[in-house]
Design a protein around this ligand. Structure first.
Ligand code: PEP
Length: 248
């Protein structure tokens, strides 16, 4: 039995004041049982978020991390530092980082290894572009991303995968529940092939314009174990509605 997981990716949004207000609204809501919840603010807002979340059911994650733990790497933030301040999760390989920072599968694999070494739980993002889907290569792209990122990672215990079709992120175009289910079942098969371990316990999230109105239809699919949520995670009522849909 896989416990649903709903993660808010706050991206490069907000100020200390708005982050405190959003967390305040989330923390004052009735706790939802049976769903794991996390929010991922920017690095500079992490400390405040961790202090506010304290021992609540709301965990905190980072949106990225370095591939090294320390050294002369100006501007980097290491997984060990994130773990030390109380981060539980880290998002890796988000399509925006692949696109704007040119992150390769090899770099994502190195970050994953460093994150696991620091006892962070990585959420590894994969997904095809609209052109790749239209060309019929969506599965080939996703399996290559998985293979590249998980290379040498024999233990998937801490790892969560997020299937995020690039054409659905921030566009309002959600994959249909059937499209998402088909790809997520395919991903589960790939995980077994790549790692050689049983991936029935591995959580696979869907991400891409998840909203209060479409969450339930996605979550009833057998291989959709929760969501990575961007825009809708910035509005407490919408994020809470998605969390409640995952608990239903
Ligand atoms: C994301 O950035 O991971 C995401 C899924 O964004 P949105 O929900 O806004 O499409």
């Amino acid at each position: 039995m896989r416990e649903p997981l709903v993660v808010g990716n706050w991206k490069l949004q907000g100020s200390l004041v708005s982050v405190e207000a959003l967390l305040g609204d989330l923390l004052s809501a009735t706790p939802v049982v049976g769903v794991e919840i996390a929010v991922c603010p920017t690095y500079v807002h992490l400390g405040r978020a961790i202090t506010m979340c304290g021992r609540s059911l709301l965990a905190v994650g980072a949106q990225d991390c370095s591939y090294v733990q320390s050294g002369a790497y100006t501007g980097e933030v290491s997984p060990a530092m994130l773990a030390e301040i109380g981060c539980h999760w880290v998002i890796l390989g988000h399509s925006e980082r692949r696109q704007y920072q040119g992150e390769s599968d090899a770099l994502i694999a190195a970050k994953l290894a460093a994150a696991v070494e620091a006892d962070l739980s990585p959420i590894v993002c994969v997904g095809e572009t609209r052109e790749q889907r239209e060309a019929g290569s969506a599965q080939a792209i996703v399996s290559a991303q998985l293979e590249g990122a998980l290379k040498g990672q024999a233990n998937l215990d801490r790892v969560v995968i997020a299937y995020e079709p690039v054409w659905a992120i921030g566009t309002g175009l959600t994959a249909t529940p059937e499209q998402a289910q088909q790809m997520q079942a395919f991903i589960r098969g790939c995980l077994m092939d790549i790692s050689g371990v049983d991936a029935t316990a591995t959580r696979i999230l869907y991400g891409g314009s998840v909203k209060a109105g479409n969450a339930a239809s996605l979550f009833v699919q057998p291989d959709i174990d929760g969501a990575l949520v961007g825009g809708a995670a910035l509005i407490a009522a919408d994020f809470l509605a998605i969390i409640n849909a995952a608990a239903a």
